[in-house]
Design a protein around this ligand. Sequence first.
Ligand code: NAD
Length: 495
Amino acid sequence: MESVLTKPEIHSLSAAGGTPVSIAFGDGIGPEIMTAVLTTMVEAGAKLELYPVEIGESVYKAGFSSGIEPDSWDIIRNTKAFLKAPITTPQGGGYKSLNVTIRKSLGLYANIRPCPTYAPFIATAHPEMDIVVIRENEEDLYAGIEHRQTDQVYQCLKLITRPGCERICRYAFEYAVAHGRKKVTCMTKDNIMKLTDGLFHQVFNEVAADYPQIQADHKIIDIGMAKAATQPEAFDVIVAPNLYGDILSDVTAEVAGSVGIAPSSNIGPHCAMFEAIHGSAPDIAGQNVANPSGLLLAAVMMLVHIGQPEVASKIHNAWLRTVEDGIHTADIYTPGRSEKLVGTREFAQAVRDRLGLLPLVLTPVAYTQHVEALPTLDLHAHKAEAKELVGIDIFVQWTGAVDELAVKLKRASCPGLDLQMITNRGVKVWPNGFPETFHTDHWRCRFLSEPMAPVSPDLVIALIAGIYGAGLDFIKAETLCLFDGKPGFSLGQGQ
Ligand code: NAD
């Protein structure tokens, strides 16, 4: 078999009547590791009807800025399971990350990243750790809504939603129950982001109350991540918003042994995608040195998901035995501990040679049919709160003195909406700003009714017209609302 499968070879591995699966060979080391994985799966007895899709660099370069051809969506949608090798996202503007697009477009809201250890065969300072990171996969800063607002200032919107939090927190607890886990730890930065991360933490607490048999706790992400790196044995399942979960899972995978062996699944109600957590490693592409284990263990997760648990167990046990026998690729090779340094092809062959064998020291796996317990949400269970418009934050570009800006804003204001404060990068600079505070050209000007009484949208529109009329460089406005009488906006820093 060649190092990279040809189209006829892929066709010959595909079994009519098998479970339909989309596959993508990706970029960089992708084709090599996918070849190793497909041949191993088929030799282990997996019955798969393979549907290759083109994604990645070549598609970007053909003019599809999303990195995927429109026809490929239907293939992935219809097969419901997608095994994807890593792809290279071209640098520079104009290209959207295909990984993020696939996860969000197909509603793959749960990203599961198990980080067990394989000590003493793969070096780790924490042989007892066994963390599973469950990362929210669709929201947060990955909404990808970015704007340049002024000459100096750029913005990325962090979107956190109640249904998004509820789905992922419920998924984490359901996962804990289904996999015999004892504890779920939530990590956020809600001491700073009280509304967005605060919502994640609050929903986590609400959901935790439905699972009294599972211990629930919360850590601020900075110390939480530091502890996960230095005392990972203290953690079990960790659930986190998208960005924190992304960073945390690379840290825990690396602490467990190597990011090169970590798999992940992306689960949604309609379909699921399985991939290694590492990237396309262009630095080692085409050299037969890449470790195919991340993608192979992702394929194991997929086989369990599509109802072929015996094949999944057979591959996983053969892989454990290979690792135990000290047959290691360069990234996990340790002189004195490893027996033989091998390349991608030889490693895959070693796994295939051990199909049917069990590990002798590491615990063998025995997967059973596991139907993914996707939580059903009653999105109407949360009663919509009464919303009242009480003011508006107006953002302007301005390079003069803040007092001069305040005078102009006051002149532009309408009776019923008073200028309450001006902030620069969130810090109050008017009234009574500090001379030490650094000013950029980006100002948030808060107009509120006194004493937070409802105002009509006409008043807000008149105010924006007044801002334009005063010759100010209007950027955007955010309405200020009360929800059931409680402010739906944060205070200015120092307010
Ligand atoms: P990377 O994970 O590709 O590589 C980081 C380092 O780890 C490199 O030194 C590489 O040689 C090594 N490495 C990675 N996988 C390995 C493996 N299986 N075996 C042995 N060594 C391995 O990260 P990067 O260099 O930051 O990113 C390269 C490209 O991959 C970028 O274009 C990035 O956007 C993309 N990427 C894609 C995905 C994905 O498709 N899911 C994920 C992350 C990064």
